[in-house]
Design a protein around this ligand. Sequence first.
Ligand SMILES: Nc1nc2c(ncn2[C@@H]2O[C@H](COP(=O)(O)OP(=O)(O)OP(=O)(O)O)[C@@H](O)[C@H]2O)c(=O)[nH]1
Ligand SMILES: [K+]
Ligand SMILES: [Mg+2]
Length: 436
Amino acid sequence: MRSDDTIFAIASGHGRAAVCLIRISGPGSGLILERMAGGVPEPRRAVVRTLVDPATGEPLDQALVLWMPGPRSFTGEDQAELHIHGGLATRAAVLRALGSLEGCRPAQAGEFTRRAFLNGRMDLSQVEGLADIIDAETEAQRRQAMRQLGGRLGNAAEGWRERVLQALALLEASLDFSDEGDVPEGLEAEILRLTGEVEGEIAGALATRSGERLREGLTVVLAGPPNAGKSTLLNALARRDVAIVSPIAGTTRDAIEVHCDLGGLPVVIVDTAGLRESADLIEQEGVSRARTRAQDADLVLWLVPPEGEASPPPPARRLLKLGTKADLNRNRPDCDLLISASTGEGMPELVSRLEAEAASLMGQGDAVITRERHRLALGRAQESLQRARAMLTGKGPLELTAEEVRLAARAIGEITGRVDVEDVLDRLFSSFCIGK
Ligand SMILES: Nc1nc2c(ncn2[C@@H]2O[C@H](COP(=O)(O)OP(=O)(O)OP(=O)(O)O)[C@@H](O)[C@H]2O)c(=O)[nH]1
Ligand SMILES: [K+]
Ligand SMILES: [Mg+2]
């Protein structure tokens, strides 16, 4: 795949629609407009044109046409947009015409954004933010993604990297200028200050998993003995008939997942097989899956029927004990909450309890770190900074200290995709004047 190809793709959804948006990017964008839309319009001004087949001149559609010359475009390249009618035959005809042009081909997944990144229009953390905006299913997810696209994480990372590079410049200068091979006292204090500050801020960002939880959704597992009313509760929370309910113990075997929006927060609710000893092989497998899901869950709702629990709850990070079928028996002092899926009793309380749990575990989208990738990179940066600081105070070898600081800068640079530190070092060095 050549990166100087001109690429095109439908940017709106697929299937029949009123309007279909075709996005074009690359050096041939202007030529396409000349051959298919009778010329290149004024930049960033929508005009109506008749699109024609470049081979035959046959009219294909009436379209709204936009011309966005680089570098002030999403990809940084010359771009055009065709807003055509969304009929299946119309879009097929226009796509076929585009594909027939020399140097012009359908885009691969993510290729527009990849070009935007390669052309410096957005950094890697913003690329992720953009992907998250498209995937956002709830309000808090949307807010978090908007913050990341706006540069919240990227700016934090750049700020950390800048200060780590300053520390590195001071270390390198000491290497070059000191005869004894150690750092002059004033410089050492400054290096410790810079690296200590950054290390503290990174530790703060790493301290919460709420950003990752918000991106992925909180997992709540319904567990309990057979016939406790787990599937009935799942259906009530999902407000549709997702799982089979029956008076036969051992009805549910597979884990059944439902995605819910609780007060703007994404929650995945999982119904599981009732926990009991069973001779049935399939049920055994269901029970073992239920235990695994409960163990991995952010929150387990342990459902206890009026007749009580035959076995203790499975190990879980967090557990709430729900007395079910409250319509049959309300005297259950050992339960955190009483519900009846039949009468609706206790359901509003359960939902607000779940919303509160979700809010405390996820926040409202104000976390800096939103992915495992960020956590791993910043974890490595933190370790390098700690090792460098220990070496500096312990009068360890300067070259190794500098190397750790360099590794920290590189790890932080992975967040935004800026891993080449040499250029920044050059710039920094030129602004320093040391010991001469
Ligand atoms: N009276 C009353 N009956 C209920 C209530 N909730 C569920 N039931 C009944 O209890 C029986 C078992 O319900 P299920 O939802 O299938 O129970 P389960 O925990 O999913 O059972 P397994 O999948 O077999 O483990 C069904 O007959 C339900 O109608 C309730 O709140 N009140
Ligand atoms: K059942
Ligand atoms: Mg069930």
